[in-house]
Design a protein around this ligand. Structure first.
Ligand SMILES: [Mg+2]
Length: 303
């Protein structure tokens, strides 16, 4: 596990603006509201981030399950859109049910679903090195690829593509070995989970977005990473296509992270709601907005 300081998250995102959609902020300053119920009737679809919005780790956030029930009672469609590369939608519903949420499989979309779609079209598996634990729900699609976790992070000579799937089991030593063996070489870079870090209590653990930023900064990789999760448009497009949405203004993206949920939602032309119960819970929210230059339409303490 690699531990990061909470302040370093936004600094690392800010060093790689070319990896993300351009900033498309609302025309006016954010409006402070009490919660989702204040605005939900204006939307045809509500997209919800998971960590920092519905739960913290595996613990549900107070009021989140009730907010979902309110959406159901008012017949407002919603979908959880999560940068989760350990769970695809077919098993995600079960995971959320154990946390007190009654989602069905088509109410959840994860970056693993997007990654799996990409992997289905791939050939030449033996040229791909993967960062993922040996036990993984997508194992049938990863067959023939080299597991860097099984090589203590060292990249074999024949590898041309690196797929950063999940940080589970990935150690600081593996990261160091990967960077050392990548020196002087160039790779195609695929990122299943673009998040830089995941909050756990009062610290932040590094996730694949960090591993790739560290690799690129230390070995000067030239390829623009291909992202399979927020803020990239692909995951949002799949969610609105599924709900046959034609007017993006009638979609609300709810999240706790400016660089993934809010930047990505604004770029799609959605309205965006930033919650203060996640990654920025101990920070002055207007200061974070000013320092990142990314602004939501609404801010609320929680769902
Ligand atoms: Mg989050």
């Amino acid at each position: 596990m690699i531990v990061l300081s909470p302040d370093s998250l936004n600094e690392i995102y800010a060093r790689h603006p070319g990896w993300y959609p351009a900033i498309a902020n609302p025309q006016s300053a954010p409006v402070f509201i009490d919660g989702l119920a204040d605005i939900m009737a204006q939307f045809d679809l509500i997209l919800l981030d998971s960590y920092g919005v519905l739960c913290r780790g595996s613990t549900p956030i107070e009021g989140a399950a009730e907010a979902i029930q309110q959406l159901r009672a008012n017949n407002i469609p919603f979908c959880v859109v999560s940068n989760d590369t350990l769970t695809n939608r077919s098993v995600a519903a079960e995971k959320y049910q154990s946390r007190g949420f009654d989602f069905t499989a088509d109410e959840v979309l994860t970056s693993l679903d997007i990654t799996e779609q990409y992997l289905q079209g791939l050939t030449n598996h033996n040229r791909i090195g993967v960062i993922a634990p040996l036990e993984h729900p997508s194992n049938h699609l990863l067959e023939g690829m080299v597991r860097l976790n099984g090589c203590n992070g060292e990249i074999p000579e024949n590898i041309a593509t690196l797929l950063f799937l999940t940080g589970a089991g990935w150690t600081a030593k593996m990261q160091e070995n990967m960077v050392t063996t990548a020196n002087g070489r160039q790779f195609e870079l695929l990122v299943g989970n673009p998040d830089i870090g995941a909050p756990h209590g009062d610290h932040v653990t590094a996730t694949p977005g960090y591993f790739i930023a560290d690799l690129v900064e230390q070995t000067i990789q030239k390829a623009k990473p291909v992202l399979f999760g927020k803020p990239d448009p692909v995951i949002f497009s799949m969610a609105i296509k599924q709900h046959q949405i034609t007017d993006p203004c009638r979609v609300l993206m709810v999240g706790d992270t400016l660089y993934t949920d809010i930047l990505g939602g604004n770029a799609m032309g959605f309205k965006t709601l930033l919650l203060q119960c996640g990654v920025y819970q101990n920070e002055d929210i207007m200061e974070v907005i000013a320092s990142t230059g990314i602004s939501p339409h609404y801010v609320a303490p929680g769902l």
